[in-house]
Design a protein around this ligand. Structure first.
Ligand code: AGP
Length: 649
């Protein structure tokens, strides 16, 4: 939900060639290289925050130690406002230690005084997560005479640490004493007055990774590590560190420029594996695209292949998905769980499991799953879908299922995420880093993996023969070209997106596996353009929503050439009869059939199959919402009130 970064030590010139990173690193383009060829710590923090801004952008702030004393700068709104403030009021020296934060407000409205970092007398803290018992702690501290300057839960942490330091504890002791007092989720980075070579981080329920920048390449003054960095996710460290360690639940870490000591929740020193950080700065930039979202939409002909190939070889017509311990023939039903787009992806898979594998499927909103599920609905297998692998609702649901002895299978796009590490089985989507808050390439990648899973279930249950399986697999060979064909109509979608910008309500209708795609289209439209939009099963329109229709309420109709197409087209005509402008997404023949009718804008799509229709019909949903948002001037990559990964319940 928020993004945190921390650094202690000196980073040499990012342009120095490094074995596992590209030399020309875009991060350098955003950093000021000091005259001694080092990089000011504030520049490192700002570059890290720039990459984390998609996690929240209500306010931002940084802190450092100047002559051992805490200094901080905080600004409301986008990171740019903080950059402006730092230009007007720079820290008195570049420094070699600092922490930074970009916020998605949980406690306390977006404002400068609620912006992180939060400080006590001797300590300054940045935090991602929610401290559930903060009110009790705050009341107790207030009784002890502590004065609060914000409404945040985070400030409580700063004052608890302060109180421990006041009693003479060392920073490490103060942290060890304070962490158990906190109930809820946190990823923390902390600095301490007078300790300009000490950075402490901690994680419980919110992700935190530790990066190492080797000195050997920056300069030959010494070998080993020249700097340690902390960040909410590895993306913030790409190109700035050589190795990364993903801290485990309950871990906390004591860092100096050259040393790192990791403790577990029981305060025992532990070793955690580190690995080269494969990403580089380029993956965190838009390239020639105006927005990350458009870049990621256009990456889909490639990312869908990257996600397909580990499980399906369409040319060889091979299904190579292998799930340890899953006997599909013995499963009575499967449950799918997710939030937002990931939930709608699960809804599509429900149709596939039931239609192709004759396997009943329950789809549940993650935040409902734990509180609704009864023992009778205990599926042996629960599939959790999540791009980030950190969504608190989905993670909590997965942990609940594990506690109940259900086998958990996670489909995630971030291989190092908490869900990837905790699920019994993990199937990775290979969409690459998805920066835009609106999920696009990750969703079609998720659909691809789920299609392979459904075919594996159909084969395992013996309800599909080799010829039928082969035909389904062959259809995927056309997918990249079909995606490219849709993307080639970019200008058409731009034109229609502009027309939609004036609407006050927009309805999306579809049937079968395109009904969830209609829901996804409505989500894209509302989260990007702030226009109220709703998706319905086409057959449901006449049971109430049709009352909404008039000439100001466009109805976007998804009508792939399947056995339900005629019924969907009939529902479309019911909407037309109420003067609703129609955008018809269908095969070329159907578009030609209706294209001359006044009030219909036909958008012909490639002819699809049972498994490829929801994938192909998802792209127009993305493009229409994108261009409508651009026309309305909303913040496409960082829509208001949203965050990329919702790591609070
Ligand atoms: C998608 O466009 C939204 N940003 C949101 O609904 C998202 O799909 C949801 O928060 C789930 O995120 P996850 O896939 O990372 O779990």
């Amino acid at each position: 939900m928020c993004g945190i970064v921390g650094v202690v030590g000196r980073l040499g010139n990012l342009n120095a060639a490094r074995p596992n990173q590209s030399v020309a690193n875009d991060a350098a383009a955003n950093l000021v290289i000091n005259n001694d060829n080092s990089i000011g710590v504030v520049d490192v923090l700002m570059e890290g925050l720039r990459r984390l801004e998609y996690r929240g952008y209500d306010s931002a702030g940084v802190a450092t130690l100047v002559d051992g004393k805490i200094e901080r700068r905080r600004a409301m709104g986008k990171l740019e406002n903080l950059r402006t403030l730092l230009a007007e009021k720079p820290f008195h020296q570049p420094g070699t230690i600092g922490i930074g934060h970009t916020r998605w407000a949980t406690h306390g409205e977006p404002s400068t005084r609620n912006a992180h970092p939060h400080k006590g007398e001797r300590v300054v803290v940045v935090h991602n997560g929610i401290i559930e018992n903060y009110r009790d702690l705050r009341d107790e501290l207030t009784k002890r005479g502590v004065t609060f300057t914000s409404e945040t839960d985070t400030e409580v942490i700063a004052h608890l640490l302060d109180q421990a330091l006041l009693r003479g504890l060392k920073p490490q002791q103060a942290v060890a004493e304070t962490l158990p007092l906190l109930h809820g989720a946190f990823a923390l980075a902390m600095l301490f007055q007078g300790y300009d070579d000490l950075l402490i981080g901690a994680r419980r329920g919110s992700p935190l990774c530790l990066g190492y920048r080797n000195a050997a390449i920056d300069d030959d003054s010494h070998t080993g590590v020249a700097a340690h960095l902390l960040a909410s996710d590895a993306l913030a460290l790409a190109g700035m560190v050589d190795q990364v360690t993903y801290l485990e639940e309950g871990d906390w870490v004591v860092l100096s420029a050259m040393q790192a000591v990791i403790y577990n929740a029981d305060n025992q020193v532990v070793a955690r594996p580190s690995q080269p950080l494969a990403m580089n700065g380029q993956q965190t930039d838009k390239g020639l695209f105006p927005h990350f979202m458009l870049k990621e939409i256009h990456e889909q002909p490639a990312t869908v292949v990257d996600s397909l190939l580990p499980f399906i070889n369409p040319l060889e017509r091979q299904l190579t998905i292998d799930l340890p311990g899953i006997d599909w023939a013995k499963l009575h039903h499967v449950t799918l769980v997710g939030c937002g787009t990931a939930f709608y992806v699960g809804m599509v898979a429900k149709y596939w499991f039931e239609e192709l594998a004759a396997l009943p499927a329950i789809v549940d909103i993650a935040s409902e799953f734990r509180y609704r599920a009864t023992r009778s609905q205990m599926a042996e297998l629960v599939v959790f879908v999540s791009q980030s692998g950190e969504t608190a609702d989905t993670l909590a649901a997965m942990r609940f299922a594990k506690e109940r002895g259900q086998k958990t299978l996670a489909i995630v796009n971030v291989p190092t995420s908490t869900m990837a590490r905790e699920a019994d089985i993990v199937l990775h989507t290979h969409a690459g880093p998805e920066i835009s808050v609106a999920s696009t390439k990750a969703s079609t990648a998720q659909l691809t993996v789920l299609a392979a899973l459904c075919l594996a279930a159909a084969r395992g249950r013996g309800v599909i023969n080799a010829e039928q399986l082969s035909a389904h697999l062959a259809a995927f060979a056309d997918l990249p070209g079909q995606f490219a064909a849709v993307l080639a109509e970019d200008d058409t979608y731009r034109r229609i997106g502009v027309q939609l910008a004036e609407a006050r309500n927009i309805l999306f209708i579809g049937r079968g596996s395109c009904y969830p795609v209609a829901m996804e289209g409505a989500l894209k439209m509302k989260e990007l353009t702030y226009i109220h939009a709703e998706g319905f099963p086409a057959g449901e329109l006449k049971h109430g929503p049709i009352a909404l229709l008039d000439s100001g309420v466009p109805v976007i109709t998804l009508a792939p050439p399947d056995r339900l197409q005629e019924k969907t087209l009939s529902n479309m005509q019911e909407a037309m009869a109420r003067s609703a402008p129609i955008i018809l997404l269908s095969d070329a023949a159907s578009c030609q059939r209706f294209g001359n009718q006044a009030g219909i804008t036909p958008l012909a799509l490639p002819t699809t199959s049972t498994l490829t229709a929801p994938l192909v019909y998802t792209l127009p949903m993305q493009l229409l919402a994108y261009y409508c948002a651009v026309a309305r001037g909303t913040d496409v990559d960082q829509p208001r009130n949203l965050a990329k990964s919702v790591t609070v319940e």
